[in-house]
Design a binder for this molecule. Structure first.
Ligand code: SF4
Length: 341
């Protein structure tokens, strides 16, 4: 029997993101799975990318997940059907393909330089894991491997903070001359450093991301000790002067106890200065359970915030779908206006 085809819609993607995990029928289906080493979901068991109807979603692998991914009957290895399993019944929710990651995600050589952090944002497992810092040679090898696989549209670089934010900026700047030969846009997402945007621009970066993370200033103070929202804002503003409106990004995490109104205020505050927000559902990491309030947002909430962001993007003439690097290009973890409509 031929598999019924169900293309991904914004509603289906929001539902999958609200769950955030998937169980795969056959591990081989998603190999090689990749362990996340960056940001709040660092340390998770690996992830899978599903592509359908021009949309993409990334789900963390978890055998207890109610989302079940099964291979469809047919010749092609990557075609799958995704089911929602509840009370001993299974409902087909979407069909699509498994997408291979090149380095971290599909279509990009996306690399995390330092899997360590001196800060202690309470939702993030990187400070607990304190992983490896890659040497320049290791980083270049990962990037070259991605290009050897083919289809790289962008190089994106992120990093925790091994010792100082200035040290991470230097680590990136040291890598940049070796990346020019690939002739693809380069996106950089590191901790904001005064004067850093200018150096990154001169070194050839096309896009920049400095994360504001928390929309509510009171919650920010509690869960991101040692960081200053005002400093990040000031660096975002400076970056827009250099890179242009719509070429600067900031992650905004959803599910830390903030209200929808505080999210709206933050997205608009960012949009006013030309910054695109990446609305990121919190990944409730086991390593940080109990350290702060964390709740994966519902499908309904994600759709509401998506509509809000679409309106604000239009009002300020911002086009997340035109992003050339990083998360707004990938769109695996977020609802992206222009890509997920
Ligand atoms: S959206 Fe960003 S964090 Fe998520 S998989 Fe894509 S590049 Fe990685």
């Amino acid at each position: 029997m031929t598999q019924k085809s169900i293309p991904m819609t914004a509603e289906i993607k929001a539902f999958l993101l609200s769950i955030g995990t998937a169980d795969v029928e056959d591990e081989k289906l998603v190999l090689p799975t990749l362990k996340s080493t960056a940001g709040p979901s660092a340390g998770s068991a690996g992830s899978v990318f599903i592509a359908s109807n021009g949309k993409r979603v990334r789900l963390n692998l978890d055998e207890k997940s109610p989302i079940k991914i099964k291979k469809t009957e047919g010749d092609k290895n990557d075609e799958i059907a995704v089911y929602f399993s509840e009370k001993q019944s299974e409902k087909l929710i979407v069909t699509g393909k498994i997408e291979p990651a090149l380095a971290h995600c599909p279509e990009q050589a996306y690399i995390n330089l330092s899997e360590k952090c001196i800060y202690d944002c309470k939702f993030c497992s990187v400070p607990i894991l304190q992983g490896h810092t890659k040497t320049k040679e290791e980083s270049l090898k990962i990037i070259q491997n991605a290009f050897d696989k083919g289809g790289v549209k962008a190089i994106s670089i992120t990093s925790g903070v091994e010792k100082t934010p200035e040290g991470e900026l230097e680590r990136v700047l040291d890598l940049m001359p070796d990346l020019k030969k690939y002739n693809v846009p380069i996106g950089i997402s590191i901790y904001a450093v005064s004067g850093g945007s200018e150096k990154l621009k001169k070194a050839g970066a096309a896009e920049i991301k400095y994360n504001i993370e928390v929309t509510d200033p009171e919650i920010f103070k509690d869960i991101c000790p040692g960081l200053s929202e005002t400093d990040v804002f000031s660096e975002l503003g400076d970056a827009v002067q250099l890179f242009g409106r719509g070429k600067v990004f900031s992650n905004v995490i959803i599910g830390l106890g903030e209200t929808d109104e505080s999210v709206r205020i933050m997205i608009e505050k960012l949009a006013e200065i030309g910054v695109i927000a990446c609305i990121r559902p919190i990944y409730v990491n086991e390593l940080r359970k109990g350290d702060c309030f964390m709740e994966r947002p519902s499908k309904e909430r994600l759709l509401k915030l998506f509509e809000m962001q679409k309106e604000i993007s239009q009002k300020y003439n911002l086009h997340p779908e035109k992003s050339e690097t990083m998360c707004s290009l990938c769109s695996g973890c977020d609802m992206v206006p222009g890509r997920d409509d």
